[in-house]
Design a protein around this ligand. Structure first.
Ligand code: NAD
Length: 511
């Protein structure tokens, strides 16, 4: 291990970017490997956002050991005091919102209004979780025996490992770190290699707010090198993962071997239904935002639009017209509507799916091309893309693309729409546009997904409601709100017998 550093960042010069460190046991440190990796701006790959530590098992082990030691004290800090620190972090995050949003746009490309929203989501989560410090209610209940008291209390789990994706690089880590901390757990987080800076900014804020040494640790690096060792470590009691279903399957099976709690928030292929009676203007606005917001790189992105035949042609033509007008470019420019793909690999995936769609016989209604001239010359930009006349069985309608490519699927009626919407591997978000209250309520019941929106697109979750999905989208846990408290605590049932005699449950039956 390199010498301990006193500063989180080695400031760069005009031709040398900043170097960022891991945070382990209250110290900013280099990785044991002595290796680093570059974080580049996807809107202009000449711009190196920073240099980050390429960590290995030894760094992860050290962070977990620090977290294990810190847990012994942190679990005993009263929850309302833990909550005060989180409240302070909320206030600091709000003050730093603009700077952190700019860092985020620079490292992952989404436009400034969205990165401001990402930081705001962490602020909201922090305020909510700070409130939980004075709740964390458990049931007290009558005992079946006389002179006996019964209750259940929440206990923290211990060391929690967190592995996060790049698309919400402050919001998603906040959904994990903040509830875990208020419940009295200690944490080791490994952010996605495309967005270490944003998670670094969040951890730095927690440290500045007063989280004690060892309670939060950040170790940057690659999935197989830095993420994988967390899953095998016997001291890790819980793993919280957000990312692709493919990696999630590995995380789930590996964590299960040592009986770790494991929360998986995975992929989506989210349907929006537009019925003949919909407010078409509202549906179009929602479709555009749902499909192309964050360059289609949201787990909740609207990627299938199922439109009833009466309004189908009018809807598609208006959607195409609007998609063509979206301004694509560097998200730091306030006039831009859609930023780049996060990296070259994601752009290649998006373009490959365009070819797959064409080969499958879907009609490319607009877009489909890389943008690489002028202002786009140094970034991973692509045109907003709409496929129409898509058959729901096609790969572009079944597989998560995670880019600005949306499939419009015609349908006969409400029942047909629900059937198409549900006939998919995933089940994260869903939406329906209709003015018929009976159909809206039927959809709320029949759409098989973790989230359903009525007359709003599939994106836009609020932090105090449960967030997560069914089928290949997860393993039954929820983030957001009280669901997160449930994940980061274990119930202990406590019985106090003040009868001064042996009383046997189920055997001694009082008269
Ligand atoms: P990813 O699965 O490639 O990576 C996610 C994280 O896992 C990264 O930090 C990565 O380094 C790490 N990782 C990769 N391989 C690993 C391994 N073998 N062991 C341990 N860690 C490993 O996903 P991504 O490309 O960063 O994010 C996009 C995916 O995330 C999409 O599928 C999207 O739908 C999903 N997502 C889901 C939600 C949700 O809440 N349901 C939210 C956002 C994103």
């Amino acid at each position: 291990m390199a010498d301990t550093l006193t500063s989180p960042v080695l400031a760069g010069t005009s031709n040398r970017p900043n170097i960022y460190h891991n945070f382990i046991d209250g110290e900013w440190v280099e990785a044991s490997t002595g290796e680093t990796f570059e974080n580049r701006n996807p809107a202009d790959t000449r711009d190196v956002v920073g240099i980050f530590q390429r960590s290995a098992k030894a760094d992860v082990d050290q962070a977990i050991d620090a977290a294990r030691q810190a847990f012994l004290k942190w679990r005993l800090v009263p929850a309302p005091r833990r909550a005060e620190i989180i409240y302070t972090a909320a206030e600091m995050l709000a003050e730093r919102k603009e700077d952190y949003a700019r860092d985020m746009t620079r490292e992952m490309g989404k436009v400034l209004k969205e990165t401001r929203g990402d930081v705001q989501e962490a602020v909201d989560t922090a305020y909510y979780m700070a409130g939980e410090g004075r709740r964390m209610f458990g049931p007290t209940t009558p005992s079946e025996l006389p002179n006996k008291f019964a209750m259940a209390v929440r206990h923290p789990l211990g060391v929690c490992a967190m592995i996060t994706p790049w698309n919400f690089p402050i919001a998603i880590p906040s959904w994990k770190l903040l509830p875990a901390l208020v419940c009295g757990n200690t944490c080791v987080i490994k952010p996605a290699q495309d967005t270490p800076l944003s998670t670094f900014n969040l951890v730095r804020t927690l440290v500045d707010a007063g989280v004690p040494k060892g309670v939060v640790n950040i170790v940057t690096g690659f999935g197989s090198e830095t993420g994988a060792p967390m899953l095998e470590h016997p001291e890790v009691r819980a793993v919280s993962f957000t990312g692709s279903s493919a990696v999630g399957r590995t995380i789930g099976t590996t964590s299960a071997k040592s009986f770790k709690h494991c929360s998986l928030e995975l992929g989506g292929k989210n349907p929006m239904i537009v019925l003949d009676d919909a407010n078409l203007e509202l549906a179009l606005e929602g479709a555009l935002w749902g499909a192309f917001g964050t360059t289609g790189q949201r787990c909740t992105a609207t990627s299938r639009i199922i439109v009833q035949k009466g309004v189908y042609h009018k809807f598609v033509h208006s959607l195409v017209d609007r998609a063509r007008k979206l301004r694509v470019g560097n998200g730091l420019d306030e006039s831009i509507d859609m930023g780049p793909a996060v990296n070259e690999k994601q752009l290649q995936t998006d373009l490959e799916y365009v070819e797959i769609g064409k080969q499958e016989g879907a009609k490319l209604a607009c877009g489909g091309n890389r943008l690489e001239k002028g202002d786009h010359a140094h970034g991973w930009f692509m045109e907003p893309t709409v496929f129409m006349d898509v058959n729901p069985k096609m790969r572009i309608a079944q597989e998560e693309i995670f880019g600005p490519v949306v499939s419009v699927i015609p349908c006969e009626n409400f029942e047909d729409a629900i059937q198409i919407a549900n006939n998919i591997e995933y089940g994260l978000s869903s939406a329906i546009y209709t003015r018929d209250v009976n159909k809206a309520f039927s959809a709320m019941r029949d759409l098989y997904a973790g989230i359903t929106y009525i007359n709003a697109p599939t994106i836009g979750a609020e932090v105090h409601l449960p967030f997560g999905g069914v089928k290949a989208t997860g393993n039954g846990h929820r983030e957001g709100g009280i669901g997160a408290i449930d994940f980061y605590t274990e119930w202990k049932s406590v019985y106090v017998d003040y009868s001064d005699r042996l009383q046997r449950a189920q055997i001694d039956r009082p008269e």
